[in-house]
Design a protein around this ligand. Structure first.
Ligand SMILES: *Cc1c(COP(=O)(O)O)cnc(C)c1O
Length: 357
């Protein structure tokens, strides 16, 4: 049954269900099998699994394309980068997720790709960097600087020059933006974050459009998954689909909390800068007193969890420059706040208390 007419709030609940036949389970089956009886649509479980199909139907429906689930966000990044011909140039935001940029740097060292870093908000610089490039990597908002790109304009520039556009949509989620509709060729998710939402699984996904060109890309990415072998476990996929059911209410609450906290942080005397794009639930703040002060804040909180990662129901806080892979253009005292769904007054009291330590 088509759910195309439904609003996103209903689609996260309704997509990826079993056919409505009497006695069928309400939820997708959790199928643990490595192989299937011969002559069916899938013969071996590295190529497909009914739990994957349910998740892929749901995510594909939300993004407006065809989804492929991967073992992690980074497995999806690796598969997406397999689209770059040997030695091809990849244009990437200077502040993209550091796993992505570190992998690109490693590939560059062996000559597999050439990496061109740009400020994605500077369209003239992106246009120049795209000259002869094979791939444009978009991440919007960026991690952790929260720069927002004009995806439609960037994807059009890439297409003009013959480059593919991959858009990492982890921070925004398909409820905020659907990059395929803006001209991106591939959408990437670390499903680990908002889509699953409970900090209990690692999972990734790629989504391509339903055009002929999109289907051809999907076939290449599906082969990369089959032969790369970094496949998702059925249990993780089932948990992610279960988490996805509440994406709309989680994000609505987390966003309302983030808006309120961003406003209050603006006038906190210990905070010198607040970055908040105006949507979503990630805030980056710079605290006075440098890296040490920022580390003290992160470890003084008791409701906020001092941990890496984001997008869970629980609020998380972390100084990003504690990682050597984070570029020096990210301020030393920058704390990334992933705002969860707790009571906003409790979150504020805990954070304000830690800032005053
Ligand atoms: C976490 C993250 C990734 C990597 O995903 P994993 O599931 O941790 O492998 C990629 N992109 C962004 C924006 C992320 O936040």
């Amino acid at each position: 049954m088509s759910h195309d007419h439904l609003s996103p709030a209903s689609r996260v609940v309704a997509l990826g269900r079993q056919p409505r036949v009497p006695g069928a389970g309400v939820n997708a089956p959790l199928e643990f099998t490595s192989t299937y009886i011969a002559d069916g649509p899938v013969n071996y479980a590295r190529a497909g699994n009914p739990t994957w199909s349910a998740f892929e139907e749901a995510l594909g429906g939300l993004e407006g394309g065809d989804a492929l689930v991967f073992a992690s966000g980074m497995a999806a990044v690796s598969a997406a980068l397999s689209l770059v011909p040997h030695g091809g140039a990849v244009v990437v935001p200077s502040h993209a997720y550091n796993g992505t940029t570190t992998l690109l740097d490693q590939l560059a060292q062996s000559g597999a790709v050439e990496v061109r870093r740009v400020d994605p908000t500077d369209q003239a610089a992106v246009r120049e960097a795209l000259d002869g490039a094979a791939l444009l990597w978009v991440e919007s908002p960026t991690n952790p600087m929260l720069e927002v790109s004009d995806i439609r304009a960037l994807a059009a520039m890439a297409r003009e020059g013959g480059a593919l556009t991959v858009c990492d949509n982890t921070f925004a989620t398909p409820l905020v933006q659907q990059p395929l509709g803006d001209g991106a060729d591939v959408v990437l998710h670390s499903v680990t974050k908002y889509l699953s939402g409970h900090s209990d699984v690692l999972l990734g996904a790629l989504v391509t459009s339903s055009t002929d060109a999109g289907r051809a890309l999907n076939a290449r990415l599906s082969t990369a998954r089959l032969l790369g072998g970094a496949i998702a476990g059925p249990m993780e996929t089932w948990l992610a689909l279960r988490g996805l059911r509440t994406l709309h209410v989680r994000l609505e609450r987390a966003t309302a909390n983030a808006r309120e906290l961003a406003t209050r942080l603006e006038s906190h005397p210990q905070v010198s800068r607040v970055r908040y794009p105006g949507f979503g639930a990630i805030i980056a703040i710079e605290v006075r007193g440098g890296a040490d002060a920022a580390e003290r804040v992160a470890s003084a909180t008791t409701l906020w969890t001092h941990a890496t990662s984001l997008g869970g129901v629980e609020s998380q806080i972390e100084r990003r420059r504690r990682y050597a892979a984070e570029p020096e253009s990210v301020p030393d005292a920058l704390l990334r706040l992933s705002v969860g769904i707790e009571d906003v007054e409790d979150l504020w009291l805990d954070l304000a208390g830690a800032l005053d330590v």
